[in-house]
Design a protein around this ligand. Sequence first.
Ligand code: NAD
Length: 429
Amino acid sequence: MENNPWYRAQGELEKIAKQLNLPPLLLARLREPDRVLIVSLPLLKDDGTVLRLTGYRSHHNHILGPYKGGLRFHQNVTLDEVKALSFWMTMKCAVIDIPFGGGKGGITVDPKHLSERELKSLSKLFIKRLAPVIGPALDVPAPDVNTNPKIMNWMIEEIKNEKIKMKNDIKENELLATITGKPVSKGGSLGRTEATGLGGTYALLTALKKLGKKPKDITVAVQGFGNVGYYAAYFLKKAGCNIIAVSDSKEGVYVEKGLDPKTTLNCKKEKGFLSGCYCIGSVCDLGNGRPITNKELLELPVDVLIPAALENVITQENAPQINAKIILEMANGPITKEADEILHKKGAIIIPDILANSGGVCVSYFEWYQNMHNEKWTKQEVFDKLQEKMEHATHEVFAMQKKYRGTLRDAAYILALERIKKAWKKTAL
Ligand code: NAD
C-alpha cells in the first residue's frame, strides 16, 4: 500500500477536501479519472518474435482545460501509476495556473532493450491507438521518463497520417498543438528542454529568499541525472549553489568541493557511466571526488536534496536517515506518505512536486499556445514568462501555508483545489 502512488494521491485529495469542505459531487469526480484507456501493443521485434505490450492513457480531469500530461516508457508502469500521475497533473496545472487539466500515459516496457526501429514502431503504434482520444482541445500528450522530442516527432508524424480520423478540418498549426515537447524545428518551443529543471530552480531560489538563505551557502545533491535533474543542477550551479553529488539509475558521483554539471554530463556521455566522472577537467583539480551509491546520496548532509528520478525513493525505511533541510521534489511522488510525515517531524521543508516540477507543463502550455496562435517566442521570452509563473506560484503556495498552517504540500493542494472548485462551480459539470 505504501508504494501505490494512486492510493497516496487519493489520500492527499481526501485530506484537503475535508479541510476545504469540497462539494461531495466535485470530490467524487476528482476521486477517479474521467476515463482510462488501455491499449494492446503487439510489437514485431528485429529477430522476428512478437512482444505483447500494454499501454495506458488516463484522463483525470478537464475542468480547467484539455487533459495534459506526459507519456512514460518504463518497465514499472502500471495503470495505478498512470492514474496517480494524471491526478498530480490536474493539481499541478491548477497550481501553476494554466488552462489545462490532468492526463498521463505510459507503456510497460524497458526501452533500453529495444532497437531504434523497434522503439519508433512502438511509439507510432501507441499514438495511433491514442489518436481517437487526443487533440489540441481534448488531450495533449508530452514527453516523460524515457521519452523525448525525437519520440514526440515520430508521434506527431503518425498523427498527421491519422488526421483524417480526427476533426477533418483541423488546421496544420492546430495539429501540431496535439503534442508538446516536439523538436524546435518541428514546432516545439524554445526552452522546453530546460523548462522543468529551470522552473524548479526558480521555485527553490524564491523559497530560499523567503527563508533568508543565500544560494552561495547552499549545498545540493541531485538524484537522477536525466533531463530534469541535469538542468536543475546546471541552473542551480549557475545561480551560485554548490552541487556536491549527482546520480543516475546505476550509481553516482560525489565531489565535496562541488562539481560542474556540464563537465560531468560530458564525461558521462564519453564514458557511458557516471561513477567514474569525479576526476575530469576542473573537477579533477579538486582531487577529492569519489563514486557514491544512490542510498548514500539520499542520506548526505546537504542543505537541499533533489529527487529527480522516480516515485517512492524516500520511504519510511530511509526517511530517518535523510539529513537534508530542504527537499525539492522534482520527480513526481518521490516521497511516500509515511516518509513525508517522518521528514516533517524532523523539520525538513518539502517543496512539493506539484509546484517544484510544474515548469515543464508550464512551457508545454507555452508551446501549445504558440502552435495555436502561429507564434514563435524567443528563448528569453519563454524563460522570462516561466520565471514570472514559477515565482508567483511559489509566493502563492507560501502565502497559503501561512493562512492554513499546514505543510507546503497541503498549501499547494489547497491552492489547486480552490481554483478547480471555482471553475467547477461555473460549469457545474
Ligand atoms: P529522464 O528519463 O530524462 O531521466 C531520469 C533519470 O533518472 C535518469 O538519469 C535515470 O538514470 C535516473 N534514474 C532512474 N531510476 C533511478 C533510480 N532508481 N535511482 C536513481 N536514478 C534513477 O526523465 P526526466 O524527464 O528527467 O524525469 C525525471 C522525473 O521528473 C520523473 O519523475 C518525471 O515524471 C518528472 N518530471 C519530468 C518532467 C519533464 O519535463 N521531463 C516534468 C515534470 C516532472
